[in-house]
Design a protein around this ligand. Structure first.
Ligand code: HEC
Length: 237
């Protein structure tokens, strides 16, 4: 009897510890399951113009993977009251046409401890900052385009790495290891390529957590690129 009691107490303590550790893995009631890129985004009508920055294709994936992870600006936590999961929420911090006056831009270019994403998370790269600045200065539209994705391109450097950096690395790097997964280097991506988790998660296969979390499913072309890269041996090419 006494043994049984001890056993129950231990199970209870372990359960609490696990629940706390996995706080970020609880299902998000407002998450649309990654179907629409945050809801209300228009379907693309024209091909991507290299001089235009597109919210759906470029800005939202960057914000999702660097700002909306759990404990930050997601639907549940909305740290400091800031929720960055949809276009309209993001626009609360943007003055269309004026990056310099937009809170969203001002916080990412700060160089002190107040910058976003906050240390120890890596700061946005200058290219990423420039992208957000350009999108705001071009009018911060809720725009999207038909990407130039090509299933014939499926090398690590030509397809996989840029895709990871734009849509996944913010949530999966050594300082922010969502689900204990790292995609910031070739060797790390290779691990999940070989164990089936990379394809399972991006193709939304049963038994895997659908990725990218909180944003639109990758296009069929991108999923095909991942599949082809893996079947060709997940090379560092
Ligand atoms: C907003 C943060 C976020 C983004 C963006 C994101 N992930 Fe995840 N990912 C997580 C979290 C958190 C988990 C842990 C499981 C869960 O909470 O669903 C996870 C789990 C995973 C897993 C393990 C899945 C499993 O079933 O074991 C893989 C693989 C993965 N992510 C890959 C990716 C890839 C590839 C992308 C980009 C296409 C991506 N993630 C984008 C947060 C994110």
């Amino acid at each position: 009897m006494k043994r049984k009691f001890h056993f129950t107490v231990i199970i209870f303590i372990v359960a609490i510890a696990v629940l706390n550790a996995c706080r970020h893995e609880l299902p998000d009631p407002d998450n649309n399951g990654g179907g629409t890129g945050g809801g209300g985004n228009p379907p693309p009508t024209s091909n991507c113009n290299p001089d235009t920055v597109y919210f759906v294709n470029q800005v939202m994936p960057l914000i999702s993977s660097n700002c909306t992870m759990s404990g930050c600006h997601d639907n549940i936590t909305h740290a400091d009251g800031v929720n960055l999961t949809t276009y309209s929420r993001i626009m609360e911090y943007v003055v269309a046409g004026n990056a310099a006056n937009s809170k969203l831009y001002k916080v990412i270019i700060k160089t002190n401890g107040d910058r976003m994403p906050p240390p120890p998370m890596p700061a946005f790269t200058s290219a990423q900052k420039a992208l957000i600045q350009k999108w705001i200065n071009q009018g911060a539209k809720n725009n999207s385009c038909i990407g130039s994705c090509d299933t014939a391109v499926f090398t690590y450097s030509g397809a996989i790495k840029p895709m990871m950096d734009a849509k996944c690395t913010g949530c999966h790097n050594p300082t922010n290891l969502g689900g204990n997964i790292d995609v910031s280097t070739y060797n790390a991506v290779k691990i999940i390529a070989l164990n089936g988790k990379l394809y399972g998660s991006v193709a939304h296969l049963t038994g895997y957590s659908p990725m990218p979390k909180n944003s639109a499913k990758l296009s069929d072309c991108e999923i095909r690129q991942v599949q082809k890269w893996i079947s060709a041996g997940s090379l560092n090419n």
